[in-house]
Ligand binder design. Structure first.
Ligand code: C2R
Length: 163
């Protein structure tokens, strides 16, 4: 089965990026998660991105905060789809991360998600949808998830005042 890679700039991103991992796990999609940094481990980044397709990954989720060059640099070294997750930074609440990831130059694509946990979870969902193109069991799991979500919202009914 195709695997999904989750890479992040630091272990401090893991609480956010775990949301992507949990989403993949819920659909039965195999994943590997590790720290790779464009700034701190530049050689590892090139080695990882250049060989990711040989390792059986179907797409890559890359999360980083602050000067978040990781997703773009990964995308520069692979033909696999890359989903970028802006991690919420302490100083600028993730606006820096978002702007660093989203404004890629034409010709090198990163699909940018929302800042923080929701974005990371949606990156996991998108990656599962990529895997679902070739894998019926994952496709059925994604469809079931969406159906349950819709039913849950519809069953909420009318909202009442607390007091
Ligand atoms: N943005 C990047 C990159 C990169 O883009 O390569 N490498 C680490 N970082 C980010 O630095 C922040 C602080 O890292 P530390 O908590 O380790 O100091 C993290 O959010 C990480 O993603």
């Amino acid at each position: 089965m195709a695997k999904v890679a989750i890479v992040m700039g630091s272990t401090s991103d893991w609480p956010t990026m775990q949301n992507a991992a949990q989403m993949l796990k819920s659909f039965g999609v195999e994943f590997e998660a590790k720290v790779v940094s464009a700034h701190r481990t530049p050689n590892l980044l090139v080695e990882f991105a250049e060989t990711a397709h040989e390792m059986g990954f179907s797409c890559i989720i890359a999360g980083a905060g602050g000067a978040a060059h990781l997703p773009g640099m990964i995308a520069a070294h692979t033909h696999l789809p890359v989903f970028g997750c802006p991690v919420k930074s302490k100083a600028l609440n993730g606006i820096d991360s978002l702007l660093s990831i989203v404004q890629m130059p034409k010709g090198v694509a990163v699909g940018t998600l929302a800042i923080g946990e929701a974005g990371a979870a949606n990156a996991g969902l998108l990656a599962a949808q990529v895997v679902a193109l070739q894998d019926e069991a994952v496709r059925d799991a994604v469809i079931a998830f969406r159906k349950t979500q819709t039913e849950t919202v519809l069953s909420n009914g009318n909202l009442e005042l607390d007091a």
